[in-house]
Design a protein around this ligand. Structure first.
Ligand SMILES: NC(=O)c1ccc[n+]([C@@H]2O[C@H](COP(=O)([O-])OP(=O)(O)OC[C@H]3O[C@@H](n4cnc5c(N)ncnc54)[C@H](O)[C@@H]3O)[C@@H](O)[C@H]2O)c1
Ligand SMILES: [Zn+2]
Length: 346
């Protein structure tokens, strides 16, 4: 088992990563808190798989909210429903909420915990690969609005994150592969060893080490830039063009991981056009090996137009994350006009 700590502004996060550690959740909780009540939030897919096992670990009364699975439920209405359940269960600020699920459950529950009674204890138990390597660590929480994704939220570090890589075995293959796009991202921006590890035919037997290396990178970046004003931007490698593509596909035609894979290949092409080493072929092959698409399915002009609304746009330029050498990310502020010329040039 691995342990990492993250010193956040609201609390210190203890992050445990290992195989089979789900069954030690109650022990880790008892080391940190003395809650008299625990409330678990999970979704309709994860509940039948893991909820009873988790609930049975605790000697005290546990209440639950099971939300319908899916991004479309990442809303303020869902948060309001959880507030009502917390209130009915009479949770106080010394009690604990547990998020058991993927990034959707994690983001909703984190936001609920950040705001209920102005902040109660929260433990994340991420059950998708994306949630394990990305969303459960770093304290970004929030929900979507009809106007757009993740428009309401808070920075709120979970006190405890329990990452059991055995839980990934129940994930459908395509959801696992989606998370692999983020794993590849970490390899490109900070540690090429990750790329070597996932190139092994039996890499799935090494997931606890792979996930640990990814979380360590995220921890280090968040530690230096918790509130996303500078360095944290490097975690967006593949995401600027990727978000543009996701948007053109109305967030339904491409999954997030697919869009990130395409975005990383496009960013590699852009780097080559700017005279950096060309990693297009290497990143393409890695993504393909994990059944991720690498070709932009839309005209680049449409994707560029969608990118103009990106949060990472800074006035007349966009900050693009480029890789050089492999394993090192660099922030390039590129004027929009130049970016347009580069993207549309063959
Ligand atoms: N807070 C952050 O820093 C951050 C970072 C990246 C993404 N996100 C957010 O994360 C969300 C995406 O998360 P996701 O990809 O985990 O999606 P998700 O939470 O929708 O999970 C994907 C699907 O897998 C199911 N599932 C989860 N765990 C399972 C398991 N172990 N076995 C079987 N099925 C399981 C879920 O029920 C769901 O149907 C988005 O809303 C995104 O905005 C947040
Ligand atoms: Zn992502």
């Amino acid at each position: 088992m691995y342990h990492l700590s993250l010193h956040g502004s609201n609390t210190d996060s203890d992050i445990y990563i290992g195989s089979g550690i789900f069954s030690q959740t109650a022990k880790h909780i008892a080391e940190k808190f003395q809650p008299t009540r625990i409330h678990i939030v999970t979704d309709s897919n994860v509940a039948p798989l893991y909820l009873e096992q988790l609930r049975a670990e605790f000697p005290i009364g546990v209440t639950t909210t099971v939300i319908p699975a899916g991004e479309e439920y990442k809303t303020l209405d869902t948060v309001a429903g959880i507030y009502a359940d917390l209130s009915e269960a009479e949770l106080t600020r010394s009690d604990l909420v547990i998020a058991l699920g993927g990034g959707v459950v994690g983001d909703i529950t984190g936001f609920t915990a950040a705001t209920y009674l102005r902040g109660i204890h929260v433990c994340q138990i991420p059950t998708t690969l994306l949630a394990q390597v990305d969303s459960s660590v770093g304290g970004k929480t929030g929900v979507d609005l009809p106007q757009g994704k993740n428009l309401v939220g808070a920075f709120y570090q979970p006190e405890l994150v329990i990452i059991d890589t055995d839980i990934l075995t129940s994930l459908p293959e395509h959801i696992f592969n989606d998370g692999m796009a983020e794993v590849i991202k970490y390899g490109c921006i900070a540690n090429p060893d990750i790329l070597n590890m996932i190139a092994q035919p039996d890499f799935k037997s090494n997931m606890q080490h792979i996930v640990y290396e990814c979380v360590r990178i995220k921890r280090d970046v968040v530690q230096q830039d918790e509130h996303d004003t500078g360095l944290r931007m490097i975690l967006n490698f593949g995401h600027t063009i990727g978000h543009g593509a996701e948007k053109v596909g109305h967030f339904t035609e491409l999954t997030h991981g697919q869009a990130v894979a395409i975005g990383m290949v496009q960013a590699a092409k852009l780097g080559a056009k700017l005279g950096e080493t060309d990693y297009t072929q290497q990143i393409t092959e890695i993504c393909q090996a994990h059944e991720l698409p690498t070709q932009l399915p839309y005209p680049i002009e449409e994707v560029y137009a969608a990118m103009l609304h990106d949060k990472k746009r800074a006035g007349d330029s966009i900050n693009m994350i480029l890789i050089h050498p492999m394993g090192k990310a660099n922030i390039h502020k590129i004027p929009l006009e130049q970016l347009h010329t580069l993207l549309t040039a063959e």
